[in-house]
Write a protein that binds this ligand. Structure first.
Ligand code: NAP
Length: 497
């Protein structure tokens, strides 16, 4: 067999590093991504532990009517696995799941996924990690990589009597698809992106649709234009053409992100689009109900070209009287009105601050993640944690959001993580970020976030932590890629394994 010349070996494929053991937690977009990249580098000694019985994260869990992604489909795909056949500018949930499942299969990642393996703890001892699942399976690892997503733990509202409802009751991320909604009276609590997609899909298709709104949302209309056969053919045949389209989408998305974070001019233009859309509501009373009392972009914008039409359908009610309690027949509002319902959907969002918890993580010297994160979820650039050697995160606390596609962000982070992995595997070392640069980075990110519209816009949102500071890096994808191009090695403590 031909020998490989040392110059042809990348660090990660160095024989010394080949047996490095990896445990990846979560088989969503990020978990599959790192799996693909490890395989590309010649690593085979890894497992992806998935708590559910299927891969796909968000796109496995969210199967509600109208589920789609309001980030353009070509941006919401891996850059190395373009999909010329997206049917329209924005993709539907099932098509996105099929795309990611197809890519995972194509790149040979599926056999590395272990299903029904919910990780309960990861403990570092004597140079290695022991990852333990709910069933008591133990997976030893030299490197642990969490890819657990940010919006995956549903929040159930604290509403009196919720458990007494006699009809069907579920969170949007646990939608009961066995129920035929035709002829039903459906209630939706909440008005975020999930709710507005559901409302747009169901208006006029159910007997009555009641939206229980606590806070109105700003809506930015986006046209979901179909990609014609010839357009798709063009993408298929011409990489150049696809690249041009991709870059155009990316700059549009980044411009929206900049409007939220820094560009006054961009903000004005974006705000006007939202004002104009709101003005299209004919009934002044309904328009008043749907008019937010905070700055555009403070909450994550709802991107929809159908929501305002949907709420004007005669079978749709926007209820703004606060919910008093839930009773077996439906929802009782404070004005004493009973809204009778057969189905009640809780579009009440996710605990975006749980991060990788409830998993218990114990690092060097018995220091726990809960201790390190006691005040704030301290990390080094969202990807590594002081006192946790070789413990890496994709889309960890304070990752950028709202400025570009989460897929691009994950790719930028994975490219950085791979540089750490090359060193960890090639040199046989552990890397632990130093506390000081981690704190400095976190402080800088928080200062920037505080002055963005997410911090100053006068609203409540899942972006904010308990101090009222947005937990997001305001960098755009281009900025992040530049920041992460080369690791600053002196920010890490390096020890032999
Ligand atoms: P969300 O944006 O957090 O919205 C939750 C809604 O529930 C809010 O309207 C909230 O009201 C309401 N709510 C919560 N507790 C309540 C209570 N006790 N009583 C009454 N109302 C209550 O959740 P989401 O719509 O699931 O979206 C979460 C995030 O997922 C989005 O921001 C987005 O990042 C992502 N997402 C993306 C897409 C996409 O197409 N890319 C689609 C869906 C979701 P308040 O505003 O008053 O708190």
């Amino acid at each position: 067999m031909a020998e490989t010349h040392p110059s042809e070996l990348r660090e990660g494929t160095h024989p010394r590093g080949r047996n490095t053991r990896f445990v990846i937690i979560g088989a969503g977009i990020s978990g599959v991504l790192i799996g693909i990249k490890l395989l590309e580098r010649g690593f085979r000694n890894f497992v992806i532990l998935e708590k559910a019985g299927q891969m796909g994260g968000t796109w496995r869990d969210n199967v509600y009517p109208g589920v789609a992604c309001d980030v353009a489909a070509h941006l919401y795909s891996y850059s190395f696995a373009r999909n010329p056949t997206w049917l329209s500018r924005y993709a539907k949930g099932p098509d996105i799941w099929r795309y990611y499942h197809g890519v995972a299969r194509q790149f040979g990642v599926l056999p590395y996924i272990r299903y029904h393996q919910e990780v309960m703890s990861a403990v570092y001892d004597d140079g290695a990690w022991q990852v333990t699942t709910r069933d008591g399976e133990v997976y030893p690892a030299d490197v642990v990589i969490t890819a657990t997503g940010r919006l995956h733990q549903p929040v159930l509202p604290q509403i009196e009597g919720l458990g007494t409802f006699a009809g069907a009751l579920f969170h949007t991320a646990r939608w009961d698809t066995s129920i035929d909604l035709a002829g039903k009276r459906v209630g939706v609590i909440g008005t975020g992106s999930s709710s507005t997609q559901i409302v747009t899909a169901l208006a006029g298709k159910v007997e009555r649709l009641s939206i229980f709104q606590r806070t109105a949302q700003w809506v930015f209309p986006v046209k979901d234009t179909p990609n014609s056969f010839w357009t798709r053919m063009g993408f298929w045949l011409s990489k150049k053409r696809w690249k041009r389209y991709y870059l155009q989408l990316r700059s549009e998305t980044e411009a929206r992100g900049k409007a939220a974070t820094s560009s006054e001019e961009g903000r004005k233009a974006r705000d006007q689009v939202c004002y104009d859309a709101l003005a299209s509501i004919r009934d002044p009373e309904l328009r008043a109900k749907l008019t937010p009392d905070y700055a555009v972009g403070c909450k994550r914008l709802v991107f929809s070209d159908g929501f305002y039409d949907a709420v004007q359908h005669p079978s749709v009610d926007v209820v703004i009287d606060p919910i008093e309690r839930v009773v077996p027949e439906g929802v009782l509002t404070r004005d004493g009105k009973l809204h009778e319902l057969d189905v009640l959907a809780l579009a009440t969002g996710f605990d975006a601050h749980a991060y990788i918890r409830p998993m218990q993580v114990t690092g060097e010297g018995g220091v726990t993640l809960d201790e390190v994160w006691h005040d704030l979820p301290l990390s080094y650039r969202s990807m590594a944690v002081p006192h946790m050697p070789n413990f890496l995160m994709i889309n960890g606390p304070y990752s950028p959001g709202g400025t570009s596609s989460v897929v691009g962000i994950a790719e930028a982070q994975v490219d950085y993580i791979l540089q750490l992995i090359d060193r960890i595997a090639g040199e046989g070392v552990t890397l632990t970020p130093r506390e000081e640069p981690s704190r400095a980075w976190l402080q800088a990110i928080r200062e920037k976030a505080k002055v963005s519209v997410w911090g100053t816009g006068g609203c409540q949102s899942w972006y904010l932590d308990k101090t009222g500071t947005p937990t997001l890096d305001t960098s755009t994808l281009s900025e992040l890629q530049a920041q992460l191009a080369v690791p600053q090695w002196d920010h890490f403590i390096e020890r032999p394994r």
